[in-house]
Design a protein around this ligand. Structure first.
Ligand code: 6MZ
Length: 365
């Protein structure tokens, strides 16, 4: 585990409100309980529970949103989530979140995202690079970058943002999110995610907004095949997103299509196993990681919701190592390959390649 922590890692599938520390969530819930907004004793066991069905996961998100959705709290959780990833040597984080509107507290999707940016600016424990430099100028690899993984110098983390469209949203609301992403490109927003309860909503509702986003040059990742839905999976693969998340419920035809299109897959082992225990993936031994890994299909290990599923990215690597017999070299290679699938520009890619190059020497020499 220590080795997995020390290795530099890339996180490409992390939902902000799913990655909150339990301690923070409990503290915030207790505060709201004292104010009479919620009954703390009714929610405490919901927060503390670790084994949840799909239905329970989305009920928990509704609760989390009640607890976290004000500007100050959004700023706080953003800061903490990034600090937590940096502390386990995640050197590049693509953090996704659903911009939320709440007229009663004067929150617009834009002001929600400004609160997220405020959280990034508030971080002092580590160096955070979240605003893209000019396309041509790549920042030089400094000692800080090089020593990030060794724990001997101040850590540095690159953070880029994805705006999520929730499957409960209308076409207009989805378009509003895409327009916001376009406005915020200079502030580190690199793409769009489609997520939310997979049994809610229709592909046709989101398609116009996603197509517009793609035309405008935003990068797209879709939650795809979280539940069996052949028609939707086929439409999503036909759309050719830049990455997909999960891919749990594919059939032969969809695997063939996925492999020929070489769309990278964000794999979230703990999330898939916990949630699907009673559903499609009954144990880790039959997880599609094995088939995709053996086929050399582009994959990246991710946490999904480190708070909700009580995991870390290092823990996901350790799990892959123990379940699938990966050695250190294979794990390092897996982490390093993820650089190819990031949505940030080439300058960031080159810096990350240098970080992995130097880490490789340190970890093996
Ligand atoms: C689908 C998920 C998800 O956006 O409020 N989300 N959507 N499948 C998953 N796998 C378990 N995990 C999280 O973060 C929480 C939101 O992310 C999506 C859901 O829409 C959830 O409400 P934000 O920061």
């Amino acid at each position: 585990m220590e080795w997995c922590v020390s290795m530099p890692k890339i996180e490409l599938h992390a939902h902000l409100n799913g990655s909150i520390r339990d301690s923070t969530l409990l503290e915030l819930a207790r505060g709201l309980g004292e104010k009479g907004v919620i009954v703390f004793s009714d929610v405490e066991h919901v927060i503390r529970k670790s084994d949840r069905t799909l239905h329970e996961v989305f009920k928990l998100f509704d609760l989390i949103h009640v607890i976290t959705t004000d500007h100050k709290t959004v700023t706080r959780i953003t800061k903490e989530v990034v600090e937590d990833f940096a502390s386990e040597n995640v050197v590049y984080l693509e953090l996704r979140t659903t911009p939320k509107k709440n007229d009663s507290i004067g929150m617009s999707k834009r002001s929600y995202m400004e609160a997220v940016l405020e959280g990034l600016r508030a971080i002092t424990a580590v160096d955070v690079d979240f605003v893209p430099r000019s396309m041509d100028v790549s920042s030089p690899v400094t000692t800080m970058n090089m020593d990030t993984f060794s724990g001997t110098a101040r850590k540095k983390i690159y953070v880029r943002l994805l705006l999520s469209i929730d499957r409960r949203e209308s076409t207009e609301a989805a378009l509003e999110t895409v327009k916001l992403a376009l406005e915020m490109r200079d502030l580190g927003v690199v793409g769009i995610d489609l997520s939310g309860n997979p049994i809610v909503g229709q592909w046709d509702t989101f398609f116009p907004a996603l197509e517009f986003a793609k035309e405008q040059g935003l990068q797209i990742t879709l939650h795809c095949g979280e539940v069996p839905n052949k028609k939707e999976i086929q439409s999503m693969l036909g759309f050719l997103p830049h990455r997909i998340g999960h891919a749990c419920c594919f059939e032969e035809e969809e695997w063939t299509k996925l492999k020929s299109s070489e769309i990278p897959v964000e794999i979230c082992l703990t999330s898939n196993i916990r949630r699907f225990r009673t559903e499609t993936i009954s144990s880790i031994d039959i997880h599609h990681f094995v088939d995709l890994y053996n086929a050399k299909h582009p994959i990246v290990l991710c946490t999904d919701d480190s708070g909700v599923f009580s995991t870390t990215l290092s823990q996901e690597y350790r799990l892959a190592a123990s379940a699938f017999g990966l050695g250190k070299r294979e794990m390092f290679q897996l982490a390093k390959t993820a650089v190819e699938f990031i949505f940030a520009d080439g300058g960031v890619k080159r810096n990350l390649e240098d970080i992995f190059f130097l880490a490789e020497k340190k970890l093996y020499v």
